[in-house]
Design a protein. Structure first.
Length: 275
């Protein structure tokens, strides 16, 4: 199995291009949960829809790591920071996945703001790099954008797009970052419970339906669980808050490929009160 993934990493670039990348973490649905919510958004929700950055009220930072299917070669790492200002909120994001023989990385700069009380919008500009030890490396630019509409106090809907144009690698410009389009819906039943669902279509990939819920039995503890249709995988985890710090442990399970464990840390750097 390990040899299979190493071969896939090389062949995916040279034969089928970047429409199938290895950098998408298996536990992404857990990490990105809360984008379509006003009561259950956290810093990594920004990865699910850039417009969610508009609701980050404190100077914050986060770290994320997972070992996909328990293979060291498929490790993924992310770092994120949010800087709220009166003119909108700014975000910085860095991703890395892979190993010395094959890896992908991303650096992103995001901006989002509220457009009144019913609509949020955000955009992120990315620098993408891919490296294969036997071939060299290549880089290109890309962008992501999203909107979230607050239909009622409890019901929220949104749309996001990643790399709809451009984003081509190499001298011949034949290898392209995959384009992604998605629509999402979230319902804040209460301060303790919410459910969300998203329909995602990635270039050259089947439609993926991701759904999940979050429950907070007490303010310091949350649990999340859900399902991703494209990979027929389930994911779940829990987070524990301690003052300005939160730690989450999570896992995703694929019937053929096994378990992917993950860890997430969130920090609120200042004590600015919520608006």
């Amino acid at each position: 199995m390990r040899i299979f993934f190493l071969l896939l990493a090389t062949v995916s670039f040279s034969i089928i291009g970047l429409s199938q990348t290895l950098r998408q973490p298996a536990t992404s649905p857990y990490k990105e949960f809360g984008a379509y919510s006003q009561k259950h958004t956290d810093l990594f929700s920004v990865s699910g829809n850039k417009a969610a950055l508009a609701h980050i009220k404190k100077l914050s930072a986060g770290l994320f790591a997972e070992r996909k299917y328990m293979l060291e070669e498929l490790n993924s790492f992310s770092a994120i920071a949010a800087i709220p200002t009166r003119s909108g909120n700014f975000g910085l994001l860095a991703d890395y996945s892979g190993f010395s023989g094959y890896n992908e990385s991303l650096l992103g700069l995001a901006y989002a703001r509220k457009l009144g009380s019913k609509l949020d919008a955000g955009i992120q500009f990315n620098y993408n790099r891919i490296s294969i030890a036997s071939y060299g490396s290549a880089a290109t630019a890309g962008f992501e954008a999203g909107i979230i509409a607050h239909l009622t106090e409890k019901l929220h809907a949104g749309f996001r797009v990643e790399n709809p144009v451009g984003g081509k690698f190499g001298k011949d410009q034949q290898e392209k970052i995959q384009s992604v389009y998605a629509v999402g819906l979230g319902y804040d039943a209460s301060e303790k419970f919410c459910v969300t669902a998203e329909i995602e279509k990635s270039e050259n990939q089947p439609v993926n339906v991701v759904s999940g819920f979050q429950y907070k039995p007490v303010p310091q503890l949350l649990v999340r669980a859900g399902f991703s249709s494209a990979t027929s995988s389930i994911w779940a985890g829990a987070g524990l808050s301690m003052r300005s710090f939160r730690i989450d442990v999570m896992a995703a399970y694929h019937q053929q490929l096994g378990v992917t464990p993950g860890l997430m840390l969130l920090f609120n750097i200042n004590s600015k009160k919520d608006d």
